[in-house]
Design a protein around this ligand. Structure first.
Ligand SMILES: Cc1cc2nc3c(=O)[nH]c(=O)nc-3n(C[C@H](O)[C@H](O)[C@H](O)COP(=O)(O)OP(=O)(O)OC[C@H]3O[C@@H](n4cnc5c(N)ncnc54)[C@H](O)[C@@H]3O)c2cc1C
Length: 293
């Protein structure tokens, strides 16, 4: 259970970090909280020669909210900081819920929001609500920056659109419409320290009549190689008066879109069933909440 010998490097500025990541290339791995990385190193799945710890770089951490503009969350912000942020809870409720469900207190105090995305596990807790909330990621290097929707950044299982020399530096979340709400839920085999067999997030908004759906975005986790944005659910709901019948149609459509697999945590059939359960639950919860806004 020991890791290989590696050299530990702790840059203090973005410039130092970009120089190291660019120069050392595939010999190095970026270390954030280490809650995924060190496990893989102990299991000898990976054996990097260098670890580049990016936790000392002020520019890569913290939560900043500007009314009317939205929020920027630094990649090395701890999951616990997201969980305890009042402004995240108020404006981006689905993300607040997901952060509180990730691992244990210890894991949330070590693990970072950037690490959760870069690990690119289909069952990852925070990418699903981040995608539902319209988050974009910024990846930076000595050469400059690129920005893209988070759903494009995660390309497959454990695969992200990160080129040599780049670091994921921050998430950019748009200001939510004043009347929109968001919700998150997951299902796992037990109630603590489990890996989700399905998770889901919804952002939702009603017209002024409080009955007609103005906007909805439903995102599923752990039923595809990356967060899966439903195309069918908005088509069914937007512009129509919310009803149990429509919710049923939407839930069935989400089940048809899901592409789950059978693995150690759940069968394909069970996962598809849970997609329907969570879709019904979250859409109804979101509708009730949106009526109160
Ligand atoms: C006991 C336990 C329970 C867990 N439970 C859950 C759970 O319920 N839900 C869940 O989603 N996860 C869970 N995890 C997984 C893990 O804690 C999270 O994925 C966590 O957010 C990873 O963040 P980190 O900062 O520790 O990443 P690290 O381990 O430091 O890094 C993960 C990967 O991302 C890369 N990386 C990290 N940051 C960057 C960056 N800014 N730019 C480019 N590459 C980067 C690293 O090189 C590495 O490849 C659990 C882990 C443990 C050990």
């Amino acid at each position: 259970m020991y890791t290989n010998n590696f050299e530990y490097l702790a840059p203090q500025t973005p410039g130092e970090a970009f120089e190291l990541v660019g120069r050392l290339g595939s010999k190095a791995r970026i270390l954030a909280g280490g809650t995924d990385l060190i496990v893989l190193m102990k299991d000898k799945v990976i054996s990097p020669e260098y670890l580049i710890d990016i936790n000392n770089i002020e520019e890569f951490k913290g939560i900043k909210y500007e009314p009317g503009k939205g929020m920027v969350i630094g990649a090395t912000t701890k999951i616990a900081e997201v969980e305890y942020s009042e402004i995240v809870k108020e404006k981006y409720y689905a993300l607040y819920c997901a952060a509180g469900e990730l691992g244990s207190t210890q894991v949330r105090n070590m693990g970072t929001i950037g690490g959760n995305t870069c690990n690119a596990s289909p069952s990852g807790e925070t990418p699903t609500p981040l995608v539902a909330l319209g988050a974009r990621v910024v990846v930076s290097s000595a050469a400059g920056e690129r920005e893209m929707p988070l759903e494009n950044f995660i390309t497959s299982v454990r695969r992200i659109d990160l080129r040599e020399g780049e670091i994921l530096t921050r998430f950019v979340l748009p200001e939510p419409s004043p009347k929109s709400v968001s919700r998150y839920a997951y299902m796992g085999a037990r109630d603590s320290m489990e890996i989700d067999c399905v998770n889901m997030a919804v952002s939702f908004e009603l017209e002024d009549d409080k009955k007609t759906v103005k906007n909805v975005r439903l995102v599923m986790g752990s039923v595809f190689v990356r967060p899966l944005v439903s195309n069918a659910v908005p088509e069914i709901l937007i512009g129509r008066k919310f009803s149990d019948e429509l919710v049923e149609k939407a839930a069935e459509a989400a089940q048809s879109e899901a592409m789950p697999i059978t693995d150690i945590r759940a069968t394909e059939e069970y996962r598809r069933e849970i997609v329907g359960v969570l879709a019904r639950r979250l859409l109804k919860e979101a509708f009730a909440a949106a009526q109160e806004v």
